[in-house]
Design a protein around this ligand. Sequence first.
Ligand SMILES: [Zn+2]
Length: 155
Amino acid sequence: MTDDELMGLAIDEARAAAAREPADVPIGAVVVGPDGAVLASAGNRREADEDPTAHAEILALRRAAQVTGRWNLTGCTLVVTLEPCTMCAGAIVLARTQRVVVGAMDPKAGAAGSLYDLVREPRLNHRVELTTGVRAQECGDLLREFFRARRARRP
Ligand SMILES: [Zn+2]
């Protein structure tokens, strides 16, 4: 599958997160193995699980590790609709993820090229290949629409 197609799966996860009750901010992630097989996908579950760490990337990395039976995801690619935060960028490095594909950037909290660049930090022991801007408009529109609708619902 191409990056565009994989981002489509991540977008599906993001949409599912927003459609749940309670709704979660629409962010989705997919982990692909070295052979291109999809190992795991997940949407943000912070509200659903009442867990501040239940970001899509963390859940997808965890599932991919369970599926492969290894914490070390060398050769794997993580595809995510929004630029990872500092926590997720840290987990991506710890998992030895080979490549990250990002949809929309997050200038306020992103740690993969915006506010920080932890995934390519030369002082860390692992660096990740980074591709950004894949279906960025669509990924960003999902978030903008979610927050616009939420603001509209408030009295
Ligand atoms: Zn995160």
